[in-house]
Every structure is written in C-alpha cells, then in structure tokens.
Design a protein around this ligand. Structure first.
Ligand code: C6P
Length: 412
C-alpha cells in the first residue's frame, strides 16, 4: 500500500471538518497555533479517564503510573530534539516561559555590568522583553543584529557585534513574521568562539523541520507544544546538563526542593529544580502523543510538503498586483507575510475570514520587524502538514475579493 500524501492526514484533525462561516475552513494561522489530531485529544482525555493522579509524590499505584507517563513524555521530547539526556529537558508552559526561565535563572546568575546580550532584529517579543528585564537589573546591554531588505540576518554585522563582552546570543530559529530560517549552527559556532552561550527560540521550527540540538551545538533551545499539534500550556526548554546543574531555581514551591527549613532550603537536581508546583501532566502526555504523531509521518516529509506549498503559494501571490511580500529570504519555512496596497492587514484578515480563510494580521509580536520594514503590520498565512493547494486558492481568491471591495482591482 502506498503512503498517503501528507495533506491527507487532515482527516485526523476533527476541527478541520467543521465549516466556518458556512464554508470549508482554510486554516492558515498555524504560526499562532496548530490544530490537534485525534491521537492528541484522545491521549489527554485518556489520561484523565484512566491515569489521573499527581506525580512524584504519591506512594499509591496511580501516582506512580502518572509519574511514569510524565517521565516517558520527557523522554519523547528528548528524542524530538536529539538531546543526549532526558534530564536536560525541563517542562514549561511554552516558549515564553522557557526563555523567561533562562533569563531569570541563568541570566540573573551570570550577567554583570558591561556584559552584552546579542539579539536579532527579527525576535519575537518573548525573546526580547525577558532580556530587557534582566539586562536592566544586571547593568548589561542589548545589541541587535540588523536585517537585510529580504529579511535575512546580516551575518557580517553579527560577527562584528560578537566580542569578549558577549555573554549570550538569543536568536530565533525560524522567524514567525518573515519565515526566514536562520543559519543557527554557524551563528552558534561564532558565538562559542568568543565564549558566549546561545539560546535558540524554536517556537516556529520544531513542527516544520527535524531539529537536533547536539548537531546544532546550542546551549538552550525553547519550544511550545501547541505549535506542534500538541496541547496549549505545555512546552519545553532544552539546556545542556552542565549549565542546568549550575543554574539556581527561578520559581520556588513543591517538587523543586531537596530539604526545606526556615533557616534555608536546598534544591532538587535538574530538571525538577525548575519545575516548581504541579505541572501540566496531561499536557505533557498530550505533547508526547503529538511528537509520536509527527514522527510517524516524518518531520522531513512534513518539511518537504510545506516547502512545496510555500513555493506554490509564493508564486500565486506574486502574480497579484499591489501585493508585496515581506520576507523573501532564500531559506524560508512555511510562512507567507505580505501587505496589499491600500488595504490594512486587519481589513484583509476580516474579509478573508468571511470567506472561511483564517490568517493572522498585525505585528505578530515582532514589532521591531514592522519598524524595520516601515509598515504597521502584515497579513500572514502560515502552513501546517494538513494544508493543501485548495487553501492557497481560497487565500488568493479572498485577496482578489478584498481588492475589488476596496476598488483596488477591476472586476475581471
Ligand atoms: N508566536 C504567532 O502567531 P508561546 O506564546 O510561548 O507559545 O510562543 C511565543 C513565541 C516565541 N517565539 C516565536 C518565534 C513565536 O512565533 C512565538 C509565538 C505566535 O506568531 C503568537 S504571537
């Protein structure tokens, strides 16, 4: 039997069968969050029906069973990222919390006055603001790698920014606003040559290409489960074990201690040290199911499918008069950001919505990108494994309709 085409797996996603505004849903807002396959929905609900208990503390069977499932989920994340050890994986609420963990734990322990943090001009706010908060407290400075007109990082400028003061480079793997895939392996090599640590924001990467943290050589890697067909409220931080072992806790509570006394407390080993309180147990189990799901299809197959769709969509929208793509790097993942003459991105988003086409409009929590390109925002279509040419056709037809409504294009 031949393998089904990647987009045929759309049938595994119950929500895609529901009409929206009376039409077939063309869901092109996967950068914001992806839909969930039956296997993920079922894994989460099965946990509550059959295995629910708190973890790490119970002596009873169900608690031990729930603990096993939770720790197996950690092992799945280790496999997804190619980490050497499962205790290098800390569960978090998502990318944002993972970056805040590094900023508040590693950053506060290691940043000194005069130190420099190198960010890039295409970071999501969650890879800017935590650094501003801790840099301000530590007296450290933020330096920013500029972008080219096609939305790539200026590597010459990056190299020039690196030096003995650089303590950390924090860079997005795939830009959510431009789609650019950054040359992170090379950037990590250059940063390590000056003794800096590197955090990679993988929020838009892990669902769209295979990732191997050991091959990349990064020190920290952050991602969210909900952009990988998993539940919301769960994600993970990968951190190299020798860094994690030296890092102080950033949140206190149950499960992260070894001993507690009023005179002072001592900490559990990583990763427990960084998982204070009852975690999102069901979410971790749902995330494991999502990882199994994409692994069964194959991340490289998913990447190839999305790449073909991106090329098809790029060619189709380039034929639309008055449309300008924002982000035209040669290395791109499935994100198409654009502006249309005379139509505000929000109006475009509303008109497309009436046609059953879900896109995102605005600054995408990457305001410095919008400032760089001199625009208030973009309309963004972002692809997932279940999208196909019909979604692109609906998008193109919807843009045409918006142009007619705004009198920007004659009726044909
Ligand atoms: N970007 C988008 O529509 P959280 O919210 O923690 O799951 O992910 C934050 C985040 C961090 N980095 C990048 C590159 C991201 O794209 C995101 C989330 C969504 O583009 C919501 S703004």
């Amino acid at each position: 039997m031949s393998m089904p085409a990647v987009a045929d797996f759309a049938r595994d996603f119950p929500i895609l069968a529901r009409p929206v505004r009376g039409r077939r849903l063309a869901y092109l807002d996967n950068g914001a969050t992806t839909h969930k396959p039956e296997a993920v929905i079922e894994a989460e609900s099965r946990f509550y029906r059959e295995s629910n208990a708190n973890i790490h503390r119970g002596v009873h069977w169900l608690s031990q069973h729930a603990t096993d499932l939770y720790e197996q989920a950690r092992e799945r994340v280790r496999g997804l990222l190619g980490a050497a050890r499962a205790d290098e994986i800390v569960f978090t609420r998502g990318t944002t919390e993972a970056i805040n963990l590094v900023a508040y734990s590693w950053g506060r322990a290691n940043l000194r006055p005069g130190d420099e943090i190198v960010l890039t001009g295409m970071e999501h706010h969650s890879n800017i603001v935590p650094w501003q908060l801790v840099a301000g407290q530590a007296g450290a400075t933020i330096r920013v790698v500029p972008l080219t007109d096609s939305g790539e990082l200026r590597l010459d400028a990056y190299e020039a920014l690196l030096g003995p003061r650089t303590r950390l480079v924090a860079v997005v793997h795939v830009s959510n606003a431009l789609g650019t895939v950054n040359p992170v392996a090379r950037m990590i090599e250059l940063a390590h040559a000056v003794g800096a640590r590197v955090l990679v924001d993988g929020a838009q990467a892990v669902a769209h290409q295979p990732v191997d943290v050991q091959a990349l050589g990064c020190d920290f890697y952050a991602f969210s489960g909900h952009k990988l067909y998993g539940p919301t409220g769960i994600g993970a931080l990968y951190a190299r074990s020798e860094l994690l072992e030296a890092m102080p806790p950033w949140q206190g509570g149950g499960d992260m201690i070894r001993t507690v006394a009023f005179e002072g407390s001592t900490w559990a080993e990583p990763p427990q040290r960084f998982e204070a309180g009852t975690p999102n147990i069901a979410g971790a189990i749902g995330l494991a199911a999502a990882i199994d799901y994409v692994a069964a299809i194959g991340l490289q197959r998913i990447a190839d499918h999305e790449h073909r769709l991106l090329e098809h969509a790029t060619a189709a929208v380039e034929r639309i008069p008055g449309l300008r793509l924002i982000g035209t790097a040669p290395e791109k993942a499935g994100i198409l950001s654009f502006v249309v003459d005379g139509i505000h991105p929000h109006d475009l988003g509303t008109i497309l919505d009436a046609e059953g086409v879900a896109i995102r409009a605005g600054h995408h929590c990457a305001m410095p990108v919008m400032t760089r390109f001199g625009i208030p925002g973009t309309a963004r279509a972002s692809f997932a494994l279940y999208n196909d040419e019909r979604d692109v056709e609906a998008l193109v037809a919807g843009i045409g309709k918006a142009q007619q409504m705004f009198g920007r294009r004659p009726h044909r």
